[in-house]
Ligand binder design. Sequence first.
Ligand SMILES: Cc1cc2nc3c(=O)[nH]c(=O)nc-3n(C[C@H](O)[C@H](O)[C@H](O)COP(=O)(O)O)c2cc1C
Length: 163
Amino acid sequence: MTDGIDPKYFRKVMGQVPTCVTVVTAMVDDQPQAMVIGSFVSVSLDPPLAGFFCTTTSSTWQQLRKAEVLGVNVLGDHQIDVSNACMRAPDERFDGLDWTLDGGAPRFADTSAWIRMTPHQVLDAGDHEFALCNVVGMEAPEEPKEPVIFYGGAYRSLSDPED
Ligand SMILES: Cc1cc2nc3c(=O)[nH]c(=O)nc-3n(C[C@H](O)[C@H](O)[C@H](O)COP(=O)(O)O)c2cc1C
């Protein structure tokens, strides 16, 4: 335990919270944009809302927030390469990846889920902003694909052997 909140310790403790790995995408000024997001969350069923947190210093978030349609690509455990690709320089993130436009947003092939959203509200959240969005379309494969999980600073699979 610490009394104050030390940033390093904050990261260490929060690293114990497993998160999803998604890539949020959009077309902005005819250019595809992508950002790896672990904070994607389902918010409300009626009305259908979901959202994600972005650091205010992200240049890609400054692009995504201009978009009329956003795509959420929930990555399967076979798609760590897609996450790594989307951590490259912003204009190289789609290089070599299999994607199409779906309702105006870039959609990667073979994801474990796809969610299409329109912006609803941007809320202050400290050094992040929360993008609250309307869910306008969604799809998951009939046969579920195992997701990739981010935990303890590393990608993990639910089918990892116990260690
Ligand atoms: C697994 C994983 C999850 C991430 N989740 C978030 C997130 O929820 N919010 C965020 O702002 N950045 C998150 N990041 C970091 C951003 O993807 C990365 O810093 C961003 O692309 C850099 O911003 P830029 O494109 O403006 O350079 C995550 C990175 C990884 C690898």
